[in-house]
Design a protein. Structure first.
Length: 254
């Protein structure tokens, strides 16, 4: 009798061990499935709050844009907690350009003064965006000779008196930044807000003239005295644009 009991006990122990092993394996697989499911659902949950088409309203006007066409703005929204609130705070200014396309300056992520900006070109169906400076979009002038280029002025206020500006030239057909031929002019009047730009105008489609302060230094104290003076001395500077080079976005100052 004993010779039959011993094998039976062995079979029972092996069977019990197999059952435990199967239970643990099943539990681990189930937990792994739940973990993978949770991880794959998180991005979907975040993206589901981001609409494909956004309507931007500003000054009684509105424009609809596909976020996939403007990845710079889409990435900004994805990093914000209140997406709908940021869309509501976004503004735009339409540019009066003689063209079948519409051009608008998108302004978003605004602090106390400065805003991030994107120049958007749209035909009503598809759009394209050009990353522009962070600053206060002030005004613009389209070249009168061919209407294919635009100068865009940004302002940077320092207190209630001193204001510096930059001028950015854009090729509207290619929607790209046009660099200056002079590195020193580009540094002072395009990349870093250094001098006040009191006025500016196109000479032809490849060069323009600016009116600025006739000072030896652009230090704050000197500019403050100049702005306070009733007899401001001015000087004109002619700036030549590069006829061959184009940039895909506004460059950061080095």
């Amino acid at each position: 009798m004993k010779k039959y009991i011993t094998p039976l006990l062995i079979l029972l122990l092996v069977g019990s061990g197999s059952t435990v092993w199967l239970y643990l394996t099943s539990s681990s697989a189930s937990e792994a499935t739940e973990t993978v499911s949770t991880e794959t659902e998180l991005p979907h949950t975040e993206l589901s709050t981001l609409p494909d088409i956004v309507e931007i309203k500003s000054e009684g006007k509105s424009i609809k844009l596909s976020l996939n066409d403007i990845p710079q703005y889409k990435n900004y929204l994805l990093n914000e907690g209140d997406i709908q609130g940021e869309i509501a705070r976004t503004q735009f200014t339409s540019l009066d350009v003689p063209s079948s396309n519409m051009y608008v300056m998108l302004k978003y992520g605004c602090g106390s003064k400065d805003c991030s900006t994107i120049l958007v070109q749209t035909d009503g169906n598809t759009s394209e965006g050009l990353t522009m400076p962070v600053g206060i979009f002030q005004d613009y002038k389209v070249s009168s000779s061919d209407h294919k280029k635009v100068l865009i002025r940004y302002a940077y206020d320092e207190g209630s008196l001193v204001k510096r500006q930059i001028l950015v030239a854009v090729d509207l057909e290619k929607l790209k930044i046009i660099p200056y031929t002079s590195a020193s002019h580009e540094e002072s009047f395009m990349l870093k807000p250094t001098w006040p730009i009191i006025s500016y105008d196109w000479i032809d489609h490849n060069q323009f003239i600016i009116e600025t302060a006739a000072l030896e230094t652009s230090e704050y104290s000197a500019l403050k005295d100049w702005f306070s003076s009733e007899n401001r001395k001015m000087k004109n500077i002619t700036i030549q644009l590069d006829v061959n080079k184009r940039l895909d976005e506004y460059p950061k100052a080095t």
